[in-house]
Design a protein around this ligand. Structure first.
Ligand code: ATP
Ligand SMILES: Nc1ccn([C@@H]2O[C@H](COP(=O)(O)O)[C@@H](O)[C@H]2O)c(=O)n1
Length: 649
């Protein structure tokens, strides 16, 4: 499975431009298609769901020309679709499937509508029932109440249509947008409590811009006037997506901030801008202009625990489920039953994935109760082909916690550039990677640099030495990959200050002995052993920073390290250093043997297929043959500080 590893973050700050709103993009396209005249839609979202709508409109005889700058010119057909037969595939785009079902039911043709497997699990029966009531002819091609559908020419022209409002507000939206095609006055009565009202408000607002004013009595009764016809407004700007804004605003609130999103603001027609109000209730500092919103952390640093009814912002509410991980107590998200019929069963999916990172979660029929963990746990997050799951869980990284996002391309549904934009505001926990051959002094230098900066320190070679020691203890051959890998995965190691414990035994000095040095370089050639130690090494990356030394720190384990060094010295100098080191510890060794041992270990490290020792193009060379330890440490520190100063400047 394709995945994306995101590093732990120190914080988030910056400014970004949001992609266009999915809800506005797909509604505008359909209204422009049904309208008289050409509509120039600016800042149209470029994503999978919009592509499905554009493909469908093209198949139905509507000319849509999309330009590189996000402008789309739509030549309206001034009424029902001219193409009277079409087979449409609509992926998992609810904003295309539901409105097109209604519009095609009133277009007098033969149509088939299908989608991906999940689309066929998402109910549409309430909308179909409403359309049947006014004389449409619609057939279920699979399960009763669900897509795929066949639409036959019908006599859809009733004066009163009833539709349930408590499953999806898109059913009402679909009827509202399609019924002007009948030309008659039609009343829509909502049965049950209407959920997600702000989305219906977007529909009404856009219909009005296309010349159709709907009379509304509360949220129960809507009247479309007789003779209503859509007229192009000429030009229409798509606002930035307020649901997409939620991830960045939450990042600002959880990661210090400020993070500013441009493209939505106080005049937005999207209900999800009210996510900013919810964040403010959690203590975040929110500022808002006509076309931007900015979020920063609460004064006290930590978000407040919350208990909120989130029916009005069902999509952005998912972001609050992840924000709950950062709250100062248990949180309750209420009235979110509609999550169950979205791209996936979001209530179940969210509960499962929140538990993976350490939260205690109670999943109710229409609520989540989330108890944040004392410390977040790294995890591989499954995304269920749901863009919002992927985007939400990227925020876990703000808890000083790495995270793997499985199937990250699911964000293409609404925000193909999400991870690139997220990286532009993210401040990863910095890593200094120091690689080099044996006895070059990288351990000594790395430990001192870490102490000087107050950062964590990783001696990755110690892990390979520990595996070798465990193999010796269990009488396992260094070449037995399966057995050695099992030892590496289970290694009961603890790093306590300067001591290393294997089980309860202090092995700090033992692993430096000759048999462990040779054993380490033998087990290090085994790919599955390296894989088994991979995450263990990455777990050392914690705020405020990490200095990691070894052979593949910059090339494999911390590829994104901000600072990479290759520390080396002549073989002669290294043999002498090691000799002195051993003499000081009272361990006998000859220079000749040490020299041979170093050379053979280096050759093995450089020749292996996986993660060979080599100097990377982006690593700074530190040639220490004629340097003191202090000089080598200063060189690294000065180089890092100079680059930090350049980055700040
Ligand atoms: N300029 C120098 N830079 C770093 N270490 C030096 C230098 N000069 C002498 N040394 C000494 O070299 C010895 C070997 O250093 P160290 O154990 O840090 O190397 P290493 O590269 O981590 O080795 P290994 O890969 O085998 O663990 C230490 O005793 C250290 O004090
Ligand atoms: N990132 C690393 C670190 C070490 N190794 C192997 O382990 C041996 C012991 O390492 P020391 O740094 O303690 O000398 C070393 O010879 C390497 O074979 C590695 O592969 N990758």
């Amino acid at each position: 499975m394709d995945f994306l590893d995101l590093p732990p973050l120190l914080g988030a700050r910056g400014t970004l431009r949001l992609p266009g709103s999915k809800s506005i993009s797909n509604r505008s396209l359909l209204l422009a298609a049904l309208a008289e005249g050409e509509t120039v839609i600016r800042d149209l979202l470029d994503s999978d769901d919009v592509d499905r709508m554009l493909e469908a409109l093209a198949a139905l005889g509507v000319e849509c020309a999309r330009e590189a700058d996000g402008t789309c010119r739509v030549r309206g057909v001034a009424g029902p679709f001219p193409v009277k037969q079409a087979d449409l595939f609509l992926g998992n785009a609810g904003t295309a499937f539901r409105p097109l079902t209604a519009a095609l039911a009133l277009s007098g043709g033969e149509y088939r509508l299908s989608g991906v497997a999940r689309m066929h699990e998402r109910p549409i029966g309430d909308l179909v029932d409403g359309l049947l009531e006014i004389g449409a002819d619609i057939e279920y091609l699979g399960n009763e109440g669900y897509p795929p559908l066949a639409i036959h020419p019908g006599q859809a022209a009733g004066a009163l249509v009833r539709v349930r409002g408590d499953v999806s507000s898109q059913f009402l939206t679909a009827l509202l947008m399609a019924l002007p095609l009948s030309g008659r006055e039609t009343v829509i009565e909502v049965v049950g409590e209407l959920i997600s009202r702000p989305y219906v408000a977007i529909t009404l607002d856009l219909m009005a811009r296309f010349g159709v004013e709907v009379a509304r009595e509360g949220w129960r009764r809507f009247t479309i006037p007789a003779g209503a016809r859509y007229m192009s407004p000429g030009e229409l700007f798509v606002e930035g997506d307020a649901s997409s804004a939620s991830y960045f605003l939450a990042a600002g609130a959880m990661g210090g901030g400020p993070v500013r999103v441009e493209g939505v603001g106080r005049h937005s027609i999207q209900g999800d801008v009210r996510f900013a109000e919810a964040l403010a209730q959690l203590g975040a500092c929110i500022d808002m202009g006509d076309n931007w919103i900015e979020a920063s952390a609460p004064e006290g640093g930590r978000l407040k625990a919350f208990d909120l009814d989130l029916n009005h912002i069902p999509d952005a509410a998912m972001t609050l489920a992840v924000a709950a991980l950062f709250a100062d107590g248990p949180c309750r998200l209420r009235n979110i039953a509609s999550w169950r019929v979205k791209e996936t069963d979001r209530l179940a999916a969210m509960a499962i994935e929140l538990r993976k990172v350490g939260a205690t979660v109670e999943e109710g029929a229409d609520y989540l109760y989330i108890v944040p963990p004392a410390r977040l746990r790294p995890a591989a997050i499954d995304t269920y082909d749901d863009h919002r799951m992927a985007m939400c869980f990227s925020l876990v990284t703000l808890g000083d916690c790495r995270v793997r996002i499985n199937d990250p391309k699911c964000v293409n549904k609404t925000f193909p550039e999400y991870f690139r934009v997220f990286a532009s505001i993210a401040q990863p926990v910095p890593v200094i990677a120091i690689d080099g051959p044996s006895a070059s002094g990288k351990g000594t230098v790395a430990a001192r640099v870490a102490a000087e900066l107050g950062w964590h320190y990783l001696d990755s070679g110690a892990l390979y030495r520990l595996v070798a020691l465990a193999a010796i203890g269990e009488d396992v051959s260094f070449d037995d990959e399966t057995e050695v890998e099992a030892l590496a995965r289970e290694l009961p190691v603890r790093f306590e200050h300067a001591r290393i414990l294997l089980g309860d035994e202090d092995v700090t000095d033992r692993i430096r002995e000759e048999d462990c040095s040779i054993g380490a370089s033998r087990v290090a050639v085994l790919p599955s052993v390296r894989a088994a130690l991979f995450d263990r090494q990455r777990d050392f990356r914690r705020a405020p920073g990490l200095v990691a030394e070894g052979r593949d720190m910059g090339s494999v384990v911390f590829v994104d390290a901000a600072y990479k060094f290759f520390l080396t010295a002549s073989v002669e100098a290294r043999a002498q250093r090691r000799h002195k080191q051993l003499m000081d510890k009272g361990i006998a060794a000859t220079l000749h043997d040490l020299r041979n041992d170093l050379q053979s270990r280096d050759e093995r490290d450089a020749a292996r297929v996986v993660a060979p020792l080599r100097q990377l193009a982006d690593a700074v060379l530190v040639e220490t043959t004629s340097m003191t330890v202090e000089e080598a440490v200063s060189f690294v520190l000065e180089n890092v500080r100079a680059r930090q100063a350049r980055e700040v400047g």
